[in-house]
Design a binder for this molecule. Structure first.
Ligand SMILES: Nc1ncnc2c1ncn2[C@@H]1O[C@H](COP(=O)(O)OP(=O)(O)OP(=O)(O)O)[C@@H](O)[C@H]1O
Length: 532
């Protein structure tokens, strides 16, 4: 995912602040050394103490500002990543399929995992690269030998960091995959809850979920174990090098070193080096602490990259009249299928006329409707609207009223669900659409009428009522093209006869394509095409 640019200025600020923090650390060590020296000599003690306090305050302020800048950068990167992932999903390639569980985990947990990487790891990595060597160079001004000890001790520290990082990478990836598996499983089982209950599979599903949850817990513990071990090793080397410097400074001050050295430290220089030593390791310890954030982000990024990407579609210019639609030698071949769903089809729907598609199940009727909705891939040929190809025009979906075979039902009232197709419809328009498709009888049985609450499964609606709801949406939406997919399936002959009038009325003044098995519906058409 190309997230370059998002949060870049906040990140630059965070990096600048961590460098300034290094400068303040040197200032703190210097003022501490001079304060101690002034305490011994009695000269300028108050001035040095005031400067020491100032250095401490400056460090606190800089740490706070760096945290804020890191958090701001992370918030911007996460917002950009989420927007990019959602745009890619909405504009995904027609006919491609993505597991909704993988998408949910990638967009929610995956994007969230970028937080620590941007807010902590990136500034910490910059500080670890820039500060330790600069501070060792500063320490060398006071004591070249202490600086050499600090430099030498950096080597095992860096090796320990690299080893810990490699071990953590594999564990983090495994943990993220376990999380993805558990989220996917949970989402699927919640969706299929009525089926689970109907087949009395609750205990088996509970066991499966418990196993997945335990797997995630075990993998999380392994990640934590690697993190604790690596932190322990790093703290050991940091403490060891500070101790070595302390021993060297102490023995040098007391002139008790068992070997000759070319320098003699005084109290001021010894204190300066001693106060500076922990500061040299601090950025690397912070980096090690933030290393898990990087691993988590890497594991999550793999899932984000796996999401399909497609450039957002442009919308076709608004059609003021029902258009002529022509399918010219159209072939639809789904990427996963062995054979094409539709091959070399020629078909023209005159402006404002109705064409019915008849044909056995699987002959490609729905696929042809889906082609106009950008939901099926155009493998060969062209779809022309008023003589222009869809590729030239852009997406027509905003100008199509559509009643599909499996209407999407959102949690909300029946009225809200009808209005999904046309958000600005008035209550009177919604009521009229519901009545025209014969929902009135169904509504009279429910005390709340159009305000009857539906869950996302549409529980409580019969198959026929779902069809009617779908048709009501298509009737409500003012669009010059109408696509109906099996509008009378699941209805008995009497209900079908009732709906025919509503369909004929809905098609009036629109270019209409109806996929159907019903001869009565086909009889409404100006032209009937039978697919092989
Ligand atoms: N997303 C898809 N990926 C792969 N194959 C698909 C996809 N959608 C449809 N197909 C296949 O394309 C062929 C045509 O399917 P389509 O749904 O268009 O037929 P249909 O005539 O509308 O069938 P029905 O009358 O049962 O609704 C079928 O073999 C189907 O399995």
């Amino acid at each position: 995912m190309a997230l370059a640019g998002a949060g870049a200025s906040a990140l630059r600020r965070a990096r600048g602040l961590v460098v300034l923090d290094g400068v303040a650390a040197a200032g703190f060590a210097a003022t501490l050394a001079f304060t101690i020296d002034a305490l011994a000599t009695g000269k300028g003690f108050r001035v040095w103490l005031a400067l020491l306090c100032l250095a401490m305050i400056a460090r606190g302020v800089m740490a706070k500002l760096a945290l804020e800048a890191g958090a701001e950068a992370a918030a911007r990167v996460k917002a950009a990543a989420r927007a990019e992932a959602v745009t890619a999903l909405v504009a995904r390639n027609p006919g491609g399929s993505v597991s909704s569980a993988a998408v949910t985990t990638a967009v929610v947990e995956g994007v969230e995992a970028l937080d620590g990487h941007v807010s902590r790891f990136i500034p910490a990595r910059f500080a670890a690269a820039a500060t330790p060597l600069a501070l060792i160079a500063v320490a060398a001004v006071a004591s070249p030998i202490a600086a050499a000890i600090l430099l030498g001790a950096l080597v095992p520290f860096i090796i320990a960091m690299a080893l810990a990082g490699t071990a953590a990478a594999a564990e983090s990836r495994a943990q993220f995959l376990a999380l993805e598996r558990l989220s996917g499983m949970f989402l699927d089982r919640v969706r299929a809850l009525p089926v689970v209950l109907a087949f009395q599979a609750e205990s088996r599903i509970t066991r499966d979920l418990a196993r997945s949850a335990e797997d995630l817990a075990n993998r999380t513990i392994r990640v934590l174990r690697v993190a604790f071990f690596s932190t322990g090793a790093l703290e050991f080397f940091a403490a060891l090098s500070v101790a070595l410097v302390a021993v060297y400074c102490g023995f040098n001050l007391l002139r008790l070193l068992p070997f000759p050295v070319p320098e003699q430290l005084d109290l001021k220089r010894a204190f300066f080096v001693l106060a500076l030593a922990p500061e040299i390791y601090l950025p690397m310890r912070r980096l090690a602490a933030a290393y898990h954030d990087r691993q988590a982000a890497e594991a999550a990024t793999a899932s984000l990259i796996a999401l399909p990407s497609a450039s957002p579609r442009t919308d076709a210019p608004t059609l003021t009249e029902p258009p002529v639609i022509r399918f010219s030698r159209v072939t639809i071949h789904y990427p996963e299928a062995d054979a094409p769903a539709v091959q070399q089809l020629d078909l023209e729907i005159a402006a404002g006329k109705i064409v019915a598609l008849l044909g056995p199940s699987g002959s490609g009727k729905t696929s042809l409707l889906n082609l106009l909705l950008d939901l099926a891939p155009l493998t060969e040929g062209a779809v022309l609207v008023n003589g222009q190809t869809l590729a030239e025009l852009g997406s027509l979906t905003g100008q199509i009223a559509w009643a599909g075979q499996h209407p999407l039902i959102m949690p909300g009232s029946l009225a809200d669900n009808i209005a999904l197709a046309h958000r600005s419809a008035s209550r009177a328009e919604i009521e009229s659409a519901a009545e025209r498709v014969g929902l009135a009888a169904a509504l009279s049985r429910r005390s709340a009428g159009l305000d009857t609450w539906l869950d996302e499964r549409g529980s409580g609606l019969s198959g026929g009522e779902r069809r009617r709801l779908s048709l009501a949406r298509a009737i409500l939406k003012p669009a010059p093209i109408l696509l109906l997919d099996e509008p009378t399936a699941n209805l008995d002959a009497a209900a079908e006869a009732e709906l025919l009038e509503a369909i004929a009325e809905a098609a009036r003044g629109r270019t209409t394509l109806i996929a159907t098995h019903a001869q009565a519906v086909a009889a409404l058409a100006d032209h009937v095409v039978t697919l092989a």
